[in-house]
Ligand binder design. Structure first.
Ligand code: SIN
Length: 543
């Protein structure tokens, strides 16, 4: 059995920055499902919101975040995050991130995105995530106290409640089972502290801007371990994912609209002004819904983003990666419009945490997209996500460093005695495809009661099938991810059914108005008595 002070699940910005903040004092493991570079953070284009500019203030940032969040953000949390934003940017600069500067001086260049009333996005051209992650990866690889496990996936968390099955034991995370993808072996890891930094769940949808690793693992594991989750119905659909048969999941950053790009119909007519006074820079929920509406009304496959009013040199300077990537597909964005569609981009809900990253379970933290902190409300303001990772990494690290050490008891080994090799892996692929398609069709940008209950019915059926597979056959990466996705899909649909209004990212044709009551959707594993869940209520450790 391996033993660490802190095990971090995920290698995005939340995971790597927390690791670096702890590593001088703690023995750390980072578990990454593929390579360290495979994270949503790495793919982030736009940047990091910060009130560092002289034209900005915490009040303005707070007010923009609350407005985008459709009155469902926790104002105290928003203020806390905003106040810590300059320090977060400074920390990245201190470790070597070279943000884009203004042409005339050495001050940071701030770009603009939807929902922001001032320019406040610190960025590194159009590849902010890659630039930040490259620096962090170099640092974690060089640190003697950090051990990296690439190509490893956590099967499940181990808690004392699961081991004892005692109703009275305080629920505490003790470690986890981890599958080595290359050998198929499941190892047991004992950890003093476990940090979920595993990102969101956008892979539950057919079309997404996310990498393949975004399968909601942390949310599903936390739920099975007994944590509450909140606001799972709020899935953000980014309005502008490139629409091209050869490009899967390539984002066209909102920063293009920040620099004046305009959304147009195939007849070359702009349309966003018909939906919102802020036009193309309205918050994402509004823009994505408008595009969805226009596409369905007109039977068109995509809309177009036009930045041809800018010079080629401006475009190449500000958006070199987007320019190159589109050019490879024979789209010269300095001369032609870019075909775009909305795609699942970000999970605004997640595992409920305090301001220091603690979850409901002792010694289990959640940071970044996996967490629900109260920052995003019903719709995340652009570029607040990387900021959230940095601010909560710092808070969690401080909290963990202030705790005493943890005892190191033995944990039970993974039990493979009653399983055989799977004979039909293809069933996993089919189920995965089926799930993603009906989630897109029934639980997408526009929802109805009927669509949601159809989705729930199918999820329950698939969950039974996958659970049987999980119990009887040797596990694989795909099976673990599918099991997690199904769990998260169930939580998304359950939350969507619970919300009897339209607000932010949750739009229901059956309840088209916003209710006067501002309610967070909280799901609690212990109180799971609803018919929709009855079959799968059991919390079991080993199969
Ligand atoms: C973008 O560049 O449009 C994405 C930024 C974000 O999701 O915050």
């Amino acid at each position: 059995m391996l033993n660490f002070d802190v095990v971090i699940i995920g290698s995005g910005l939340a995971g790597l920055s927390t690791a670096l903040k702890l590593a001088d004092k703690k023995k750390i493991a980072i578990i990454s499902k593929r390579q360290l570079i495979d994270s949503s953070s790495h793919w982030a284009q736009g940047g990091i919101a910060s009130t560092s500019s002289s034209e900005d203030s915490v009040d303005k940032h707070v007010s923009d975040t609350l407005a985008a969040g459709a009155d469902l953000c926790d104002e105290q949390v928003v203020r806390f995050v905003s106040e810590h934003s300059p320090a977060a940017i400074q920390w990245l600069q201190n470790i070597g991130v070279d943000f884009t500067k203004q042409a005339t001086n050495n001050l940071l260049h701030f770009t603009q995105e939807g929902g922001h009333t001032v320019r406040r996005i610190a960025h590194v051209a159009d590849t902010t995530g890659k630039a930040v992650q490259s620096v962090l990866i170099q640092k974690v690889l060089a640190h003697p106290n950090i051990r990296i496990f690439e190509d490893h996936i956590v099967v499940d968390l181990i808690t004392n409640k699961k081991i004892d099955l005692s109703e009275t034991a305080k629920n505490e995370c003790l470690g986890m089972y981890v599958l080595e993808n290359f050998s198929g072996k499941v190892n047991t890891i004992r950890s003093g502290v476990t940090i979920l930094a595993s990102g969101g769940a956008s892979k539950v949808y057919l079309y997404t801007t996310n990498p393949d690793v975004s399968t909601g693992d942390g949310m599903a594991m936390a739920w099975r371990a007994g944590c509450r989750l909140a606001n799972m119905e709020f899935i953000q659909f980014h309005p502008t994912c490139l629409f091209h048969p050869k490009e899967k999941s390539f984002l066209i950053s909102e920063a293009l609209r920040g620099e004046g790009a305009v959304l147009k119909l195939p007849n070359n007519k702009p349309f966003m002004h018909l939906y919102d006074a802020r036009g193309d820079l309205a918050p994402r929920d509004i823009v994505a819904r408008a595009i969805d509406y226009e596409m369905k009304k007109r039977g068109i496959e995509c809309v177009y983003l036009d930045i041809t009013h800018r010079t080629k040199s401006f475009i190449m300077d500000h958006f070199p990666t987007i320019y190159e990537r589109c050019l490879k597909l024979n789209i010269d964005i300095s001369k032609e419009q870019i075909p775009v569609v909305p795609a699942a981009h970000y999970s605004c809900g997640g595992v409920i945490t305090k301001l220091n990253g603690e979850t409901d379970i002792k010694n289990l933290y959640a940071i970044g997209e996996v967490a629900y902190t109260g920052l995003h409300g019903a719709n995340r303001l652009a570029s607040n996500s990387l900021l959230e990772c940095l601010v909560f990494a710092e808070q969690a690290a401080q909290n963990i460093l202030a705790q005493p050490g943890h005892c190191k008891s033995d944990l039970p080994q993974w039990d493979e005695s009653r399983v055989t090799d799977a004979d039909e892996e293809v069933l996993i692929t089919h189920t995965w495809n089926e799930l993603r398609r009906f989630m897109w069709n029934y639980v997408g940008i526009v929802r109805t009661n009927k669509r949601l209950s159809r989705a729930m019915h199918r999820i329950n059926m698939l969950r039974d099938e996958v659970q049987e597979f999980y119990q009887n056959f040797r596990i694989s990466n795909n099976l673990i991810e599918l099991r997690n996705l199904l769990q998260v899909a169930q939580l998304i649909v359950e939350s969507a059914i619970e919300r009897k209004e339209s607000r932010g990212l949750h739009y229901s044709r059956d309840f088209p108005n916003k209710s006067a009551e501002k309610k967070i959707t909280v799901l609690t594993p212990d109180n799971f008595n609803g018919e929709r869940f009855k079959k799968n209520k059991k919390l079991t450790l080993v199969r």
